[in-house]
Design a binder for this molecule. Structure first.
Ligand code: TRP
Length: 334
């Protein structure tokens, strides 16, 4: 590829609010790794977003470094992509303030995630939670991102980002690139092992149903063996068998075998035998990742250096955009 050609910019963010699980590895993060080949990627750990709900400081600190180590362990390459922590780049909050002044109260109160989270944490419906999508818009617009890989739950926030960019561009002059959503190839959805009708989620109360990337082998095996199954005894991928279907999905991911092949292989065999096979395959699948993660997480100097370098690179781009914005709205430049 011609290196003078400007690559399109991707930005995405992830909250450091809990351990990552196997669904991250096979979903979002796998896409992030692939995107590096074609795009200039900014991957940020959004700690400012995390504090819109209460966090324990020690945990937040640990999870932030855990997440950085995870990015590296799955194959995000700090020589090609920019890995940084949101709070290390003050331009995010600075732009967010300006954008707040161009966002209607109604626009934020319509956001489904705000409504959901206010219901979930009624004792802490704070202004930050309300303005959360505006901060997300700042994350994206600072880097003039062309594309933003997001899950379905974030599409509404991206729509708001586009509206804010267009609004500002019309009121002043062309300032922000209007980003497009990047809808990744749909990977297999992994469900909670204890409640296979719910997606596996890092903040799930039911941790015994979540396969965390940092669980040791015995924990992984135990969780799979204790997974809720369905009535009957056949290994079939069917809507009325959400538990077994979820285990088939896991086995498919871990071994690369097709669903049909798995059903055929386990025809006439019982749940117990199948679970044992799933557990072993998942342990093998996770092994290389876990080894890299352990090594990287243990080297905190290296981790911090990656984040320092990432923040410096991010600031160069972010400060340029912010200066433009400050000038346009009428702030005195010294
Ligand atoms: N809100 C996103 C989530 O919870 C995380 C996020 C913050 C993000 N800023 C972003 C995602 C910018 C994409 C782009 O998943």
């Amino acid at each position: 590829m011609d290196t003078t050609e400007k690559r399109k910019v991707i930005l995405s963010g992830m909250q450091p609010t809990g351990g990552l699980h196997i669904g991250h590895l096979t979903g979002a993060l796998r896409n992030w790794v692939e995107l590096q080949d074609e795009y200039e990627c900014y991957y940020t750990i959004v700690d400012l977003h995390a504090i819109t709900v209460r966090q324990e400081p020690a945990k937040l600190r640990r999870w932030t470094l855990d997440l950085a180590a995870t990015f590296l362990a799955v194959g995000i390459d700090p020589e090609r992509s920019h890995i940084f922590v949101q709070s290390h780049v003050p331009e995010h909050t600075q732009l967010a303030w300006v954008l707040n002044c161009f966002t209607g109260m109604g626009e934020c109160s319509r956001m489904t995630q705000f409504k959901d989270k206010s219901q979930k944490f009624p004792e802490n419906v704070n202004v930050g939670l309300f303005a959360y999508p505006v901060l997300m818009a700042a994350d994206i617009l600072l880097y003039q991102a062309d594309l933003v890989p997001v899950g379905a739950d974030q599409k509404q926030h991206l729509e708001l980002t586009r509206n804010l960019a267009q609004r500002f561009n019309h009121l002043y002059s062309e300032t922000f690139k209007v980003p497009e959503p990047y809808i990744p190839k749909i990977g297999a959805k992994i469900m909670n092992l204890q409640d296979p009708t719910k997606k596996m989620s890092k903040s799930d109360e039911n941790q015994s149903g979540v396969l965390f990337l940092v669980d040791d082998d015995a924990q992984t095996i135990n969780k799979i063996k204790r997974a809720v199954t369905d009535s009957g005894n056949e290994i079939l991928f069917r809507e009325d068998k959400p538990g077994i279907s979820n285990l088939i999905t896991l086995y498919h991911i871990a071994t690369g075998k097709t669903i049909q092949q798995i059903e055929a292989d386990f025809a006439g065999k019982g749940y117990g035998e199948f679970k044992k096979a799933v557990a072993e395959s998942v342990v093998e699948f996770l092994r290389p990742f876990k080894e890299r993660y352990k090594e990287i997480r243990a080297n905190e100097d290296y981790l911090r250096n990656v984040l320092i370098q990432g923040a410096e690179q991010a600031r160069q781009v972010a400060s340029r955009t912010l200066q433009k914005v400050y000038k346009k709205v009428g702030f005195v430049q010294l």
